[in-house]
Design a protein around this ligand. Structure first.
Ligand code: ADP
Ligand code: MG
Length: 240
């Protein structure tokens, strides 16, 4: 499989005087789930926003599936994103939310219906197809958000702390569900979290970030047993 399906080279991002992403290099294989783990403010969301095209780069370049993305507008990037708080359309049903992106792309109603039925089954919400977001639990809303981002068949899925607004028990269940769906679809996925346990249990690979840099990149086992810096050791060790 292509070892550099996603390739970030020398990514730099500043806000005013603050250097928020400091020369980030990063590659991913197709079908891999990589967790970006780091404390609040280290630049995780900014990095995802740059990949999705929601933030401009101050330096560096991005390639996905052999295609240069750097100057491609967000809608044309084939990148799906789910945020911490469910940004569903409140005036659309579950089905309407899932089909929205397809409608925007001019997909006909029969095909939309077929695709949304598959996705409703995938996230186990067939019974809620006609419900509005306000009548769903937080976990259900995040499953709709996931289905909605998968509907347009992205090449890359970005999950920005998708579980952090949920209760502990729901968080654990949904974490396992996301991993299962990701494996089933072989969806190349970046999962962002500040939660060590989440990262250690979910990932093929973990990139630990601090102050705008990736300070260690390895398997969960390596990160846990051979932290390379005092920062990584402390950050992983603070997990309880
Ligand atoms: P994380 O997701 O790891 O918590 P962020 O990427 O959200 O971190 O933020 C990294 C740094 O960039 C923080 O210091 C934050 O205050 C700053 N930052 C993020 N977005 C903006 C913005 N739009 N304007 C100014 N500063 C920002
Ligand atoms: Mg963030």
């Amino acid at each position: 499989m292509n070892p550099s399906y996603l390739e970030l080279l020398g990514i730099r991002k500043t806000f005013g005087d603050a250097l928020v992403l400091d020369d980030v290099d990063f590659t991913m294989r197709e079908g891999e789930l990589v967790t970006l783990l780091g404390p609040s403010g280290c630049g995780k969301s900014t990095l995802l926003r740059c990949i999705a095209g929601l933030s401009d780069l101050d330096g560096g370049r991005i390639r996905l599936g052999g295609r240069e993305l750097t100057n491609v507008p967000p809608k044309a990037r084939e990148v799906g994103m789910v945020f911490q708080s469910y940004a569903l359309f409140p005036n659309l049903t579950v089905e309407g939310n899932i089909e929205y992106g397809l409608k925007m792309r001019g997909v006909g109603s029969a095909e939309r219906k077929k695709r949304s039925e598959e996705l409703l089954a995938l996230v186990d919400l067939e019974e809620k197809r006609n419900a509005y977001p306000r009548h769903l639990s937080g976990g259900q809303q995040q499953r709709v958000a996931l289905a909605r981002s998968l509907a347009v068949q992205p090449k890359l899925l970005l999950l920005d702390e998708p579980l952090s607004a949920l209760d502990a028990k729901i968080r654990k269940n949904l974490r396992a569900e996301i991993r299962e769906i990701q494996k089933r679809l072989k969806m190349t996925t970046i999962f962002v979290t500040h939660d060590q346990e989440e990262a250690l249990t979910l990932s093929d690979r973990i990139c630990v970030m601090n102050k705008g840099r990736i300070v260690q990149d390895g398997t969960p086992e390596t990160i846990y047993s051979e932290p390379r810096t005092e920062f990584v050791a402390r950050f992983i060790g603070s997990y309880n």
